[in-house]
Design a protein around this ligand. Structure first.
Ligand SMILES: Cc1ncc(COP(=O)(O)O)c(C=O)c1O
Length: 269
């Protein structure tokens, strides 16, 4: 990504591709909060005669719900997990152009997998059925609205979202200004009932096992029917923890507030 905007720098990607001539270009990442220009990635791949593989594991549910551009028209291969925004059981799917199907099938079985996991396949079918319902569209759009509300709430608490915000379900927060490391934040938040993971930020000066950031996602809270108002409450609670990572009393207080909030939004009716 560009050091200044923290967005993908397609000119740089193109110049590296032209120099290295890869056989395959990959797009779709673990902690990138913005949409990817799949058309541009396709053009770059074509310019060096490379395959384009998009891993949409993170945003597959947003694609299904129409809240994110689809990589389908541009990629040769699209992979996804089924348990992130797609909201299904733990599993995965590989979608590809017809001419690649035989090779990929063979690589999966007998190459990598023994037998089919029928229980997971049935669970994925249910998740895909849910993704076809109109209510899933509302869900996907609310996931993005909630992530944006979360990012705004963090800014109010003096925490910088990487790239200034999000277009997806995730927010990458830079804690440098708070002088708190990702590892310490993750631990304190865990204690306060808020589950995030430590994460590197672009050009991180710290080490991956104790980086400068944390990564947050809105899908689970959205599944509990929380909206922007609740995201503001969560962001304020999170900021309070970051400002008081060593204060046991504050952590216990926030934990109580978070449990109270969650009890108003049960997972099942
Ligand atoms: C981009 C991307 N693809 C695939 C995966 C694999 O997910 P899992 O290990 O949960 O199967 C991850 C994990 O977070 C990911 O970030």
């Amino acid at each position: 990504v560009s050091k200044t905007t923290e967005l993908l720098d397609y000119d740089l990607i193109e110049s590296i591709a032209k120099k290295r001539k890869p056989k395959m270009l990959q797009a779709g990442f673990t902690a990138y909060p913005r949409t990817i220009d799949f058309k541009r990635m396709r053009e770059i791949a074509d310019s060096v005669s490379a395959y384009l593989w998009v891993d949409m594991a993170h945003f597959a549910g947003l694609v299904a719900g129409g809240a994110h551009p689809s990589p389908m028209p541009y990629a040769d291969v699209v992979t996804t997990t089924s348990h992130k925004t797609l909201r299904g059981p733990r599993g995965a799917m590989i979608l590809c152009r017809k001419e690649l199907a035989k090779k990929i099938d063979k690589a999966v079985f007998p190459g990598l997998q023994g037998g089919p996991h029928d229980h997971t396949i049935a669970g994925i079918a249910v998740a895909l059925g849910e993704a076809l319902k109109p209510s899933f569209k509302d869900y996907a759009h609310q996931v993005v609205k909630n992530a944006r509300a979360l990012a705004k709430g963090l800014v109010r608490g003096g925490i910088r979202p990487v790239s200034g915000g999000t277009d997806t379900h995730l927010v990458l927060a830079d804690l440098t200004a708070k002088n708190v490391t990702g590892k310490i934040a993750e631990h304190a938040l865990d204690h306060a009932g808020i589950y995030v993971n430590k994460n590197e930020i672009p050009y991180d000066r710290r080490k991956p096992w104790d980086p400068s950031g944390i990564r947050l996602g809105s899908p689970v809270l959205t599944s509990r029917r929380m909206k922007e108002k609740e995201m503001a409450v969560v962001a304020a609670a999170l900021s309070k923890v970051i400002d008081n990572v060593d204060d046991e009393k504050v952590l216990v207080e926030v934990r109580k507030d978070i449990f109270e909030l969650c009890s108003k939004f049960p997972i099942y009716d």
